[in-house]
Design a protein around this ligand. Structure first.
Ligand code: NAD
Length: 518
């Protein structure tokens, strides 16, 4: 037990030791390799959404501390970029091993701060871990190109070089996966990094950073600053930060995209979604209904790839009753309860917003087939719980369709033909993901060709690609050119340099004309 305890990240040990004390621990910043308490005058409570208990307090980092974090990243860059790629890869190899060893503790931190079930928290970590594994092969991912003899005795080759100091700004819904989409790729490419976790659940980021340093990441290569809008704006405005990775809502994402671009930075901005599942009458009923439940209500609907809208084509609408029956059987409880299928939503404000959108659907004429708003979870009466909720007969003009609900609410629509369903999807402003459920290869192929969403599932409800591909949101779900992880992720965190070299024995004559291939 003692040995096990020693493996625990320092921040978790600190959390556990203060659980019984009256004063919640303060979440430290990470600056220049040291975890330091902020001198901030204001802190925000990190609240367990199942109980309303204050888990910890996160600082609104001061501007001096922010500058110190950027400056330590800048100072660490020259030596880190010149560290052999094999050494950088080995840090990631050790890091993935340490994440595996600390999986249970990380999951507990996520469930405590974010609310999702422990099983789902393991999935959150695992999908991030796969990016770390991918980064272990960075030498081949970052290789340049070479064309010999482009002219007589002249060769051209390209190198992919790190940019310098990069930054990441994270949302609340994947406290481990999304930081791991960002800094492992960035630092293994040779960059240094400033991470701003979500102020709602910063614990996993701090624990991951401890593990990354234990794995051998040198001081200053990864820094963490906490905060909200002011810290984010400081990132956008800072002259030393070269690139910003953002994941979160459209309001914040488009603001960051514009503000950071005005300072000449690269930005990749993954934003909101309204993902549709199109059900054709020839689909397998059981598999489809189970997929709709898992993708609609998993993580209490707080996934950017949640399937929040079902479009029943033709007589597949008759399956709605079965969908409701199965949704009723799902267990809503605190995420640490072993039989919980879904936990609470992140905050009281989020619950209020979701309930308002459900009511707007009813007021606009949709039928409320299942209402989870008044659920009471025994033992967790103060939690922000909403049970699975199903609205039927929803039309594209309704607010509950136009807005991203981000809660355990399935919005059901009808289309009399497959073409009409495709038209509904393509008229939606978002384009993160879309899924089709069918036994017809021809229909699946048509769907794949015509749908404008960036990630298509064919009998797969949440088609999030593994890290050898990229996360390819489209339309209002993404701003930027280079997507997260995969080849595009490496491109995002590197700059191409082309070198043209000439080694000739024979002296050349003077010519002032533009050189051409000889
Ligand atoms: P959010 O936009 O409220 O917060 C994200 C980050 O931006 C936080 O770190 C926050 O401090 C900061 N922020 C928030 N408002 C800001 C403002 N006005 N100015 C500057 N910074 C600001 O998002 P959230 O509620 O944490 O996350 C949920 C959203 O994230 C949903 O819309 C979801 O679809 C989206 N999301 C998208 C993806 C994807 O890959 N497309 C993945 C996960 C989540």
């Amino acid at each position: 037990q003692q040995g096990k305890n020693n493996l625990r990240p320092r921040f978790l040990r600190c959390l556990l030791s203060t659980m019984s004390s009256t004063q919640p621990p303060r979440v430290p910043n990470l600056i220049g390799g040291s975890f330091v308490d902020s001198q901030a005058s204001s802190h925000i409570d990190v609240i367990n959404p199942a109980t309303q208990e204050v888990v910890s307090q996160v600082p609104l980092t001061t501007n001096e501390e922010f500058k110190a974090a950027v400056s330590s990243a800048k100072k660490a860059f020259p030596s880190w970029r010149n560290t052999p790629i094999t050494t950088r890869q080995r840090v990631m190899l050790k890091f993935q091993e340490l994440i595996r060893k600390n999986m249970d503790e990380l999951a507990l931190s996520i469930t405590t701060e974010q609310g999702k079930t422990l099983k789902d928290a393991h999935g959150d970590i695992f999908r991030g871990l796969e990016v770390v594994e991918h980064a272990c092969g960075m030498a081949t991912l970052q290789m340049g190109e070479y064309v010999p003899n482009v002219s007589n005795g002249v060769d051209t080759y390209s190198l992919r070089e790190p940019l310098g100091v990069c930054a990441g700004i994270c949302p609340f819904n994947f406290p481990a996966m999304i930081p791991l989409w960002m800094f492992p790729i960035a630092v293994t490419c040779g960059n240094t990094f400033v991470l701003k976790p979500s102020e709602k659940d910063p614990g996993a980021s701090v624990m991951l950073a401890e593990l990354a340093m234990e794995a051998g990441l040198p001081d200053g290569v990864l820094n963490i600053v906490h905060g909200t809008n002011d810290t984010v704006n400081a990132i956008c405005d800072d002259d030393d930060i070269r690139a910003v990775s953002f994941v979160g809502s459209n309001t914040a994402g488009m603001h960051i995209y514009a503000r950071a671009a005005a300072k000449g930075k690269r930005i990749q901005s993954n934003m909101g979604a309204k993902n549709h599942g199109v059900v054709l009458p020839d689909a397998n009923v059981d598999a489809t209904l189970n997929a709709l439940l898992a993708a609609g209500f998993g993580a209490a609907g707080q996934r950017c790839m949640a399937l929040s809208t079902v479009v029943f084509v033709g007589n597949s609408k008759s399956w709605e009753d079965k969908l409701v029956e199965r949704a009723k059987a799902l267990k809503v409880s605190c995420g640490t309860e072993p039989d919980a299928d879904l936990g609470p939503v992140i905050s009281i404000q989020a619950k209020e917003r979701i309930c308002r959108l459900i009511q707007s659907g009813v007021d606009d004429g949709a039928k409320l087939l299942l209402d989870g708003r008044n659920i009471v979870v025994p033992g967790y009466e103060k939690g922000n719980f909403i049970g699975p909720t199903i609205l039927s007969g929803v039309t594209p003009d309704m607010e509950c369709y136009k807005e991203e609900i981000f809660g355990p609410v399935l919005v059901c629509m009808e289309a009399s033909s497959f073409d009409e369903a495709i038209d509904i999807l393509n008229r939606n402003k978002y384009g993160n993901g879309a899924a089709i459920f069918t036994a017809s290869g021809a229909a699946a192929r048509k769907f794949q060709m015509e749908i404008e969403a960036g990630q298509i599932g064919i009998n797969v409800p949440i088609p999030v690609p593994l890290p050898f591909f990229s996360f390819t949101g489209n339309k209002a779900s993404f701003a930027g050119d280079l997507n997260f992880y995969g080849k595009a992720g490496v491109d995002f965190f590197t700059q191409i340099k082309t070198v043209t070299q000439q080694w000739k024995d024979i002296p050349t004559s003077v010519s002032l004309a533009m050189p051409t291939s000889q």
